[in-house]
Write a protein that binds this ligand. Sequence first.
Ligand SMILES: [Zn+2]
Length: 572
Amino acid sequence: MNKVWRSFLGIVLLLSLGAGPLTGQDAPGYTPPYPELIAQYQQLAAAHPEAQLRQVGPTDAGRPLQLFVMGGAPVSGELPLESLAQDKTVLLINNGIHPGEPCGINASLPYARQWLERGLPQDFLVAIIPAYNVGGALNRGPYSRANQRGPAAHGFRGNARNLDLNRDFIKADARNTMSFYRLFHALDPHLFVDTHTSNGADYRYTMTLISTQADKLMPAQRELLYQKLRPALYQDMENRGWPMIPYVNVFGRTPQKGYAAFLETPRYSTGYTALHHCLGFVTETHMLKPFADRVASTEAFLHSLTQWAARHGDELERSRQKAREQTARAHYQNIAWQVDSNQADTLSFKGYAAARIPSKLGPYQRLQYQKDQPRTWPIPWYHRYQATDSARLPRYYVLPQAWREVVRRLKANGVAMQRLEKDTSIALTSIYLKPGSWAREPYEGHFPLRSIATEERPQKRLFLAGDYLIAPRQQAQRFIVHTMEPRATDSYLRWNFFDAIFQQKEHFSPYVFEETAAQLLKENPALAEDFKQWQSQNPQEAEQAYPSLKWIYRHSPYYEAEHRRYPVGKIY
Ligand SMILES: [Zn+2]
């Protein structure tokens, strides 16, 4: 950075930070720095006995996660969150998971103030996370959102460990996520909102919305969300002057040919909340609209959802109960999906004409939206997903205590587990994994397993006193199945929690094993027959010592049963 540039930046920062909020259509906008944000919530809590700001666990930045709670009656400082939330309709709002997208950080303050002045219904509780990614919020600057129109300074997407927290809801590498588990299960919210700002295409809407993908839900909640709640929100937002469109899931091209609904798998916030029967929304304001409009539309959405929820609390609770009952009766659960390109709704989409024009930078064509040429197109919206894989639920999963990182995460998600009282030999089904392939580059601190093929084998295995029996027929069933079934999109296996099983621990020396192998074939004619067959099918390998001995070793009792065996057994 040169001197002139540095002083220019100094003026920008002075204007944006020192001089307080800027106003007007062309102002870059202002989002409060983290300490100022927390101070504003403290003031709000101090002024209203119905509200409170709580510290709800650590974050990676070494500062606590803050949670603002407000209800229809005074909030006692001593009550645990569980008691506050009991018998209430609960809405949880998460802001600043990506602190560079601060529309919700700004919008939640006037939203909370308005409800506190107006008064929330007695049986309603709202919990607001002012800024979830504390480390990212503290890492403030003007540059990390290159394509976004303000605010002038904002936080950064990566947290204190450079993790994207909106990919961390299953692997839980961040302390923020473990703290989220605690507050989420204490509140057991009916509704969840995660506030964001989009990237991608240009169009005329300020607010776009991801409603948790319906085909992942149990029928009772799917119906409520897609037949009642979602249409009501679209209508109400239109009435408020902020017409919405489903999240424009389009990158590098225009939306004119249509697009698919976004599938938020369990690693994402609303994918995670859906596992626990909480209906999730992601507000995605359009990055090129003025910051003031983005904030106003986010606030309008929060009001819209709150008003609907306040009128339909019983229905939300009934459908959740019913979904839990439907889950408890299921024998199979879907664990992977793909978009159904044969089914589409038609959206009347308010976009702009676009053209490919020569770039001024190099000999290529660039995409340019023509803002002076608004267009409205009927476009297909592919929002149905088909299950591509499912798992048969066992009576029990058996999880050896040695895998304590997994045990810790299951416990933090309210999974009920029984421990074996003594060492026990159990006849069960083991899952063997074919050789896998992993990501070649790190992704969110992991090298996730990309391809998984499994084979089930009956086996008798010794488990130790203290190992865990997990019956999936319990409230956390969907979370259990989506993390424990190895092929599930976001299973703990895929996230590298069990990678040690892919390495063979014992081997043989060819010169010693030559005699043992000969003896094995002599004593076992069936094995000898199979070996002959292998030789005739693999003539090149059969001419060499090592592949031949390896084949016999791998088909002998000397070959370890642990190699590529998924440690979690299933008792059907
Ligand atoms: Zn985001």
